[in-house]
Design a protein around this ligand. Sequence first.
Ligand code: HSE
Length: 419
Amino acid sequence: MITHKRLTIGLFGFGVVGEGIYQVLQQTPSLNASIKKVCIKHPEKKRNADAGLFTTNYDEILNDPEINLIVELIDDADEAYKIVTTSLKNKKSVVSANKKMIAEHLAELVGLQQEHDVSFLYEAAVCGSIPIIRNLEEYYDNDLLQSISGIVNGSTNYILTKIGEGLSYKESLLQAQQLGFAESNPKLDVEGFDAVNKLTILLAHAYGVVSKPEDHVRIGITRLQQSDASYAKEKNFEIKLTAQTIKLSNGKVAGFVLPQFVTRDSQLYNVKNEYNGVIIESKLADKQFLYGKGAGRFPTSSAVISDISALTYDYRYEYKKISRHEQYVLTNAYFLRVYVSFNDWAEVNRWDFEQVFEFHSTDERQYITGLIQVDKLRNAKWFNDSSVSIILLPEAVVENEAVVGQTLKKASLQLAGVN
Ligand code: HSE
């Protein structure tokens, strides 16, 4: 019989999620967890709780021997890093939702948990209310897991949905901010940084690959053009910002964040607004789909509460796949099927493409679709050109072996009439 441990919590941050957690814990004594102190930055702000609950002194919480769980819900990733690492070193369990901090320091944070024999849970950091991390930890074994492909950022999905309904980019972003979905620096959302942070965390739990956010190809939604939306409409596609990791052959794994044309038969097609959706493909089960709210006060609180509850029975991530005998390795040795639109042929070197499927020219905008090696794409001058829009075609990943080579590239370009 499992005995539920009593948790005495030190909370950092009393924003929308922090206050929500405080209220839920007060109303749910069966959770066996209560908040002893809350550390805040601005004591002058009026709050819906007894003034004696608050402090501005970190150490009052971090050095309190009675506090056995730190719940860290602040915005500042650098401060969060200090709080989390000190807590783990002080042998206090930690729950956090700070995906940026976790992704940037993953290797160290995994090491600290092992060294100090303490638990660090962060389900709320990836896909809000969707229990993706625990599923990857507990259910999907390495050999069976083929790929993860998902919409993991609620704000960009909200913006793309609203633009599709006729709102401007600016107005849609403003709404995402007002509704509390967007990061305080929304560049993290719209440039794909938030999604790539979540992908970095997913990779560790899916394949045991500990990487850095900058290891992955990343493009957000800021470069999308009206002509791209027209192309999508014509082909019955939706444009979604996707984070993907795919197992290739020989223990290699691909990971990237890019906008993608999604077909009507994909489960991601109907994921709208702040919802997230993740397709997990495994060898035997084939495709499975997790769907839920990825941002906002209550969905995030739901995951934090679930982590707190799991800690009452001492749950911890085991990172089994990281210590696996045969390690998976992140690779760029694969090809992507992409659509690239631009203003002038001078901007994009078509010889960067291994194969060209089609190209189209109008007075205003040109596009090319084709197959490109990932390093070529990443190193291309036009990769960082904000006037060039890069969108994945459906079923975008092609492994090396499937590509016939240089001769075909040349032939396909000539066939397309490109000099
Ligand atoms: N800004 C994030 C998003 C919040 O829009 O998904 C949840 O992680």
